[in-house]
Each structure stands twice: as C-alpha cells, then as structure tokens.
Design a protein around this ligand. Structure first.
Ligand SMILES: [Zn+2]
Length: 269
C-alpha cells in the first residue's frame, strides 16, 4: 500500500471503517464510568486539533507537555518526537480556554533508569519551568505524567510529595476518584495507529464495573507514538457524551468530583 492510499484510509476515518458501528453498552444509572484520554508530548498541530475537537463537544482535553521541548537545544528522545511542538504562549492560551495543561518531565528522560537524585533534579527543573512559564501553575495541584510511564517505588514516593497525583504504569483501570488517590495507572498502544485498540478497550471498560479509565494517547493522525485518527476522536467523543453514566474528564476535574456540592450549601432565598 502506498503512502497516498494509507493517508486516504486515515482521512476516511473510523466511521467508514466501521470501528464504532457496534456502539457501546449503556451502563446503568449508578454505573459511573470516567474516561480520561491523556495526550502526551505536546505536538503543536495535534494539540490544537485535539483541543478544537474537545471544544466542539463542550469538553476539556488533557495535554501533557515536555518542559524544554520548544527550545532550540532540545534533543529528540527518539524518532516519535520528530514533529513541531507548541510553546508556552500556546499552552497558556489553551489553559485559558479550559484545557488541562500538565507537566510531562523536563526533557523526556526515562526517570526509572537514572539514579533517584538525578530523577529528582530533572523533575525540579521541570517544575521550575512550569512555575516560570505557565500561568496559575502549582505543582501541588498538578498531575505529573511520567515519560515512558516508567517509575520506581522510591521515585513515586517522592513524586507524590511534589504533585497532587502522578500518572504512570499500572493498567487502564483505576478506581473511581477518592480524596487520597495519588497514583493513576494508564495503558496505551503503539507505535502504530491506536484506533482499534482504544475503541476495543473502552468498549470492554464500559461493560465492566464502575471505574476510571485512563488511556495514554499522544498525537493525532500521523504525529507521535501510537497516533489516534482525528475523525475517530470526534466520533468517539460524540458517542461517549451520549452514553449514560459516562463522563469524559481531564484528571483534576475527575479528582475534584469526589465530593458533590452539598445541597445544604445552597442558600434559600
Ligand atoms: Zn512522552
């Protein structure tokens, strides 16, 4: 198959490929299923498109940024990063528009493969950049998504003293949010297109008990490791929004949904 034909198939999108034709199992009324697609690496074109697709559905997306990736001296960690990335002007703009902009390390070092003190050094450097560049940033109220989803128990123990919560290895299914939850597992698929894997995984999740599904996505269409077709994302959000019991949320709004607003707080007039 030549490139043009591959591109054509991608442009046709998931609907044409029939990936979503089965629909989803509708959970019961008290069957809460939270879905977070957690987009890593901050590719410019993909991030803008992702935000636009979420906005079209009245939703906020979740973008995880490498703190130094926009700088000239940034060295690509591997071939899956060879696309232009956004800068903090763009991240501030997207944050103002209601999207979740969170740190994904300083330079994408695998923090499980370096000594603990070095992992802390790069993480502090990442926090410094975010403090400097992202308006309203506070590490203690943030999500740290580990590069390569790689961490050690010792590193995690330290990271949870720096951030509100971390996202690392551990599988797609997490418990529903609770106050002391500080670690999310996630899963993903790659390096090829993730459409079928994502849809199949969500379908299986919705057939099961309540919980919080966290999938590590990257770029759209042709960008990054394990790209997702933009047409599929659009169609998926449309269907999920219409599925009873399903909430598509970034990490912090999900965490903050632990305590519903008490009726007693409503002052009668
Ligand atoms: Zn990454």
């Amino acid at each position: 198959m030549n490139l043009k034909r591959r591109e054509a198939l991608r442009i046709l999108g998931a609907g044409t490929l029939g990936l979503l034709s089965q629909g989803f199992v509708i959970p019961g009324k008290d069957n809460r299923h939270i879905i977070t697609l957690s987009f890593d690496d901050g590719f410019k074109k993909s991030s803008i498109k992702t935000a636009e697709i979420y906005e079209k559905h009245g939703l906020s997306c979740c973008l995880n940024i490498i703190a130094s990736a926009h700088l000239d001296q940034f060295q690509l960690p591997n071939e899956y990063h060879a696309w232009p990335v956004g800068d903090f002007e763009m991240w501030n703009d997207l944050k103002k528009r209601g999207h979740e902009i969170m740190p994904h390390s300083y330079k994408h070092t695998n923090l499980a493969e370096v000594p603990l003190e070095e992992a802390k050094y790069w993480t502090r450097k990442c926090i410094d950049v975010f403090n400097e560049e992202l308006e309203g940033f506070a590490a203690q109220e943030s999500v740290f998504s580990l590069p390569h989803n790689a961490s050690t128990p010792e590193l995690e123990e330290w990271l949870v003293t720096q951030f509100r919560i971390i996202r690392t290895h551990g599988g797609l299914y997490n418990p529903l949010p609770y106050k002391k939850l500080v670690r999310l597992g996630c899963g993903g698929f790659g390096p090829g297109n993730i459409d079928q894997h994502l849809v199949g995984s969500i379908d299986a999740f919705l057939e099961g008990p309540p919980g919080w599904f966290v999938y590590n996505t990257h770029g759209l269409d042709e960008e990054g490791w394990g790209p997702l077709s933009s047409g599929l994302l659009d169609e998926l959000l449309d269907r999920l929004k219409a599925t009873e019991g399903v909430e598509v949320l970034p990490v912090l709004p999900a965490l903050n949904s632990v305590f519903p607003i008490s009726k007693s707080l409503v002052v009668p007039d």
